[in-house]
Design a protein around this ligand. Structure first.
Ligand SMILES: NC(=O)c1ccc[n+]([C@@H]2O[C@H](COP(=O)([O-])OP(=O)(O)OC[C@H]3O[C@@H](n4cnc5c(N)ncnc54)[C@H](OP(=O)(O)O)[C@@H]3O)[C@@H](O)[C@H]2O)c1
Length: 280
């Protein structure tokens, strides 16, 4: 059993997650886990970092697969007991020209981006050590203002919203999308937006639970828009490099002393209920 400090980043074989692992290897005094759903892609990423002189460890983790999540949890529990930094980064986005029916896009996007983030959190939160930091990666798309309906904004932004109630809202969106009613019901036209607003709302609910039920653990859960970053998700468009996109997540993982906030890529706190500083 090691008493080292432990950091875990989901979906980190490429893109912003990979850059977060690299930054943690540089700045975090502890063991860094690069995790990926695909062992080959994960090990290739670890080897790339080893060539740069870093030494992350690898473990398989498919965030949508309960048995994979359970295995990872048991592994961390037996090997290290606890986690000090958890970055929920793994996500998907359908391309604008995707041909899958919108209901299918909605179901898959909510499953990976929202429910799998919740799944990983539920599994790993009991392992968080006192003073741990959780960083949920959202997006500018995860700002409350991106939901057109005032009624839905009021529900999603309710300061007493519970996780079960939020789950019901996410399920309702998927049902509305399948029934071809998502737009008329006020969700807008983007499953990615709804999933990331869900991740933002989840963050605030998670922080409330820690504050109300386990204040002595002093755990911080924050949510961040990493910026518009050149990755496969954006088809290699974007204004920022992956290293630049990793900056605010790394700030939240290593330095920030606040809790339950929505943070922009310049590491500034943004009012989730107000307006965004810019589109991206
Ligand atoms: N790029 C941007 O401009 C931007 C802007 C705002 C927010 N974000 C957010 O930033 C985060 C990283 O995005 P990115 O741009 O770096 O995207 P990316 O290059 O597409 O990387 C996404 C990562 O998530 C992994 N992943 C997907 N499904 C998974 C699953 N079921 N289990 C485990 N890992 C899974 C992918 O693994 P595979 O290689 O196996 O597919 C990949 O490693 C996401 O949360 C995204 O929504 C990105």
């Amino acid at each position: 059993m090691s008493s080292n400090k432990i950091a875990v980043v989901t979906g980190s074989n490429k893109g912003i997650g990979y850059a977060i692992v690299k930054g943690l290897c540089e700045k975090f005094n502890g063991v860094v886990y690069l995790t990926a759903r695909d062992v080959g892609r994960g090990e290739a990423a670890v080897n790339k970092l080893k060539e740069l002189g870093f030494n992350p460890l690898f473990h398989q983790l498919d965030v949508t697969d309960q048995s994979s999540v359970d295995k990872f949890k048991e592994y961390i529990k037996s090997k290290h007991e606890g986690i000090d930094i958890l970055v929920n980064n793994a996500a998907i986005a359908f391309k604008n020209n995707a041909t899958e029916p919108f209901g299918q896009q909605a179901e898959e996007t909510i499953k990976v981006n929202y429910f799998a983030t919740l799944r990983v959190s539920e599994a790993l939160f009991p392992l968080l050590r006192n003073n741990a930091k959780v960083v949920n990666i959202s997006s500018s798309s995860g700002h409350l203002s991106r939901i057109p309906s005032e009624d839905l904004r009021a529900k999603l932004g309710d300061s007493t919203l519970t996780i079960p109630d939020l789950n019901k809202l996410m399920e309702k969106f998927v049902k509305d999308a399948k029934d071809d009613k998502a737009y008329s019901e006020g969700w807008g036209r983007s499953a990615y937006v709804v999933s990331k607003v869900g991740v933002s709302a989840l963050t605030f609910a998670q922080q409330r639970l820690f504050d109300n039920e386990q204040p002595n653990r002093n755990i911080a859960v924050n949510v961040v828009h990493p910026g518009y970053v050149v990755t496969d998700m954006t088809s290699q468009t974007g204004h920022l490099t992956t290293e630049e996109g990793a900056k605010a997540p790394l700030y939240l993982a290593l330095e920030a002393d606040f809790k339950g906030k929505y943070v922009w890529y310049d590491s500034q706190i943004v009012d989730w209920y107000g307006t965004t500083p810019s589109q991206y």
